[in-house]
Design a binder for this molecule. Sequence first.
Ligand code: PGA
Ligand code: MN
Ligand code: MN
Length: 614
Amino acid sequence: NLTEAEELFAKTLDDANRKKLQKITNQDALIKIANAISICTPDAVFINTGSEEDVEWIRQYSLTKGEEKKLAKDRHTIHFDLPQDQARLVSQTYYIINEGEKMSSLAKSVLRTEAIDYVKQFMPGIMKGMTMIVGFYSRGPVGAEAAIPAIEISSSGYVLHSAELLYRNCFSDFDAEAGRTGLFYTNLHSEGKNRPEDVPNARIFMDRSWMTTFSTFCTYAGNTLLLKKGNHRFTVDYATYYKLEEQLSEHMFITGMTGPNGRKTFFAGAAPSGCGKTTTAMAGTDFVGDDLAQFWIDSDGILRAINPEKGIFGIVEDVNREGDPYLMDCLRGDGTEVIWSNVLVKDGVPYWVGNGEEAPKRGVNFQGEWFQGKTDEAGNPVPMSHKNSRCTLLASAIANHATELAEDPAGVPVKVITYSGRDADTMPPVWVARNADDGVVIGASIVSKATATEVGATGVRRQPWANAPFIPGALADYMQAQFTFFNSSKFSEKTRPIMAGLNYFLTHENRGSEGSGLLGEKKDVKVWLGWLELFAHGDVEAIETPVGFLPRYDDLVTLFRTIDKDYPKPLYDMQFALYVDKILERIELQKEAYSKEADIPARLFDIYGRQKKE
Ligand code: PGA
Ligand code: MN
Ligand code: MN
């Protein structure tokens, strides 16, 4: 209770931090912080108000603990995660459920009793000898319809330092925001002693009834920065079960494209981790967000979106001048603070695979000393940087970031929704659904090659809405929420978004061409988005097919000219020919998988059936 909480604060917090915490009056929040202290027993507690002084304290704490090291550039630091902890620990991530509760078949669950046993075994005293840091953040611009506040509690300076770059500190607005929304999320993390032998005991537990996430014995931000995917899972739940037809919570970038006469058109697009969301977002003229989007429909029937984040936790492999010029300016420039993770460091300079620069002969990476030609026990070459090595920085540092819009609680008006994955052999680079139902089915049908963002992932997998790993409830309920939302009568014919598929990963090999590798280049994304921008406003005609509308060759030629490229007709034919056998095979695979899932709306099977017939 509150009295006990206050007694505990008096014992563990020094005067300065107790004084800071007195600004928070939300009783539930105070009790949750007290509970965290009594379980984890840190030596001290630091309350982060987000002031420059407090953030500087966090930076120093992280450096002193050795979680981050300074690099040659001012405000650049490197953090290494343990070799076993380089990506999301999917097999160690669980929803806590009560007996008899429904769950998506794509998520893992653990009974409450088992989770409690884990907490009792591993969490008491986990922060001994360390300082617990408590930060208050808003997932979205403060005051936005779909913004929800959260508390991040961690013994890691790296985690709180990252949170400061990625989320909006709302210490002074926390009480008001928690009051307005009627809820807040609580996140508790500790890396413990940060030893490799503890990683098998690492767990990420999400408790939907308490809206609390625990994470232990790991540091990789996808596992520990719980405001990100941890809390995203809660907002997906919230949208599906409490805000049906009102809100959606998606794994999507948000970006604007400038059309004829300066017209701005905003896009939001889903793709699994490691499939180009960040690049796509930055290819727009008005970049808003690269990973998550919260949607609602306003009183004018306009779809609006906010980015719950204010920063980027981006994959750096293959980031280079050619494909990601603005991000490269930040990474190689002096203008902004960057936390690097799991890249190679040589003389205080970070290097990574695919950066388009000359690679150093040796250096240090997350496995220790590295040199060109290094091989592992099996004789395979060890790359200089991990495939999932990352950079953390403010989105506003990117040259084309639309900072004012991104910070507007009114959100941005979204006209185009896209879905994509790593699909080497079936769907064309871009196609548009004929109606909302078909659009929902594009999202339901995303497949993607596994990427380095999940530990141990292999093969080609279904990735419904690219949100599959983050859907806590029944997949059927999430799907129904999509059908309901995109068919909402709040949209008018003019405001209803168009819904499209994108695919950057078709290969020469799969199109019977002599060449090898990808059929397109990273920068072609500007053409696909540019065409969608025109199509969304009825400025170009399209070819109608059973899977949807495809672009005409001539319109693409014109758009390729704007990025100084020719667009040969044979390439168009390879990219846009519909491989009917492949598509039918894909439909069968989806039908079969969904028929194993409980209560899937019949509408999905009707649409697959109709596409097959046509
Ligand atoms: P991303 O997010 O992989 O979607 O970029 C980080 C993570 O969840 O690990
Ligand atoms: Mn992502
Ligand atoms: Mn990402």
